[in-house]
Design a protein around this ligand. Structure first.
Ligand code: URA
Ligand code: URA
Length: 213
C-alpha cells in the first residue's frame, strides 16, 4: 500500500472514532464485563444444529481492550475439545505470528466467525453465520479494536461481504465498521501447507504494525 494512502486511511479512521464517540480512544473499563454479558447471552447455545455435534463452544479469548483482533473461520477439532480458539497446529503458528509483531496472545483478542465446530471442518453454512455472527459483531463493538486481521479466505470474504480472492484482498487495509481497519491475510492452516506464502503474511503483519503505530 502507498504510504500516503495509508496515512489517509489512518486519519479517516481516527476521525470517525472521535466523531462516533469521543470516549472511544480512551481506555475503556467495562469491556470485560460486556464480553462476559455476551458470553452469558450465548449460554448453552442451541440456536443452530452445530450444538448437536460440538463438544465445547469457542467464544474467543484475549484482551477485552485489545487494539488488534484476529478473526478465524470456526473452531477445529482441538479448539472444540478445549473451548479455546486457535490452540491446534494453526494456533501454534498464529502464536508465532503474534510474537513476531511484538505482542502476546494476552494482548490481542482472538475469535472466529462462528463459535461451534462444523462437523469434519466443513465451511460454515449461510444460516449458521446468520445466527452466530451477531455475537461476533457484539464482541467487536465491545472491544472496538483499531485493526482486525481476518485469517483466511472465509473470514475475509465473510467480513468484507465479497467474493474477491484472499490473494487480492490481502496486502491492503479495508475500512470496516467506520471505526477500524480490516487487514486480511492467509489462514495459518494454509501457511502450514504453503510455507512459501509466509512472506506475504509477514508483509501484512508489517502493515498492521504501521496502522497501530
Ligand atoms: N481455525 C480457525 O479458523 N479457527 C480456530 O479457532 C482454529 C483453527
Ligand atoms: N485458501 C484458504 O482457504 N485460505 C487462505 O488463506 C488461502 C487459500
Amino acid at each position: 500500500m502507498l504510504a500516503h494512502d495509508l496515512e489517509q486511511l489512518k486519519a479517516h479512521v481516527i476521525h470517525q472514532r472521535q466523531l462516533q464517540n469521543p470516549g472511544v480512544l480512551k481506555p475503556k473499563h467495562d469491556s470485560a464485563k460486556d464480553l462476559a454479558d455476551i458470553r452469558r447471552d450465548l449460554g448453552d447455545c442451541r440456536r443452530c444444529h452445530l450444538h448437536t455435534t460440538r463438544n465445547k463452544l469457542v467464544f474467543g479469548a484475549g484482551n477485552a481492550n485489545a487494539e488488534l483482533m484476529f478473526v478465524g473461520e470456526a473452531p477445529g477439532a482441538d479448539e472444540d475439545l478445549q473451548g479455546e480458539p486457535f490452540v491446534g497446529r494453526s494456533g501454534q503458528l498464529l502464536s508465532k505470528i503474534i510474537a513476531a509483531i511484538g505482542k502476546t496472545r494476552e494482548q490481542v483478542y482472538i475469535a472466529n466467525i462462528i463459535k461451534c465446530r462444523p462437523p469434519g471442518n466443513r465451511n460454515p453454512e449461510v444460516h449458521e453465520i446468520a445466527i452466530c455472527s451477531p455475537f461476533l459483531d457484539r464482541q467487536i463493538e465491545t472491544i472496538k479494536p483499531k485493526v482486525i486481521c481476518a485469517l483466511g479466505t472465509f473470514a475475509a470474504q465473510t467480513m468484507l461481504n465479497t467474493d474477491t480472492s484472499i490473494g487480492r484482498l490481502r496486502g491492503h487495509a479495508h475500512p470496516y465498521k467506520d471505526y477500524c481497519l480490516l487487514v486480511p491475510t492467509y489462514h495459518p492452516a494454509y501457511l502450514l501447507r504453503s510455507p512459501g506464502k509466509k512472506k506475504e503474511t509477514w508483509e501484512d503483519m508489517q502493515l498492521i504494525m504501521q496502522l497501530l503505530a
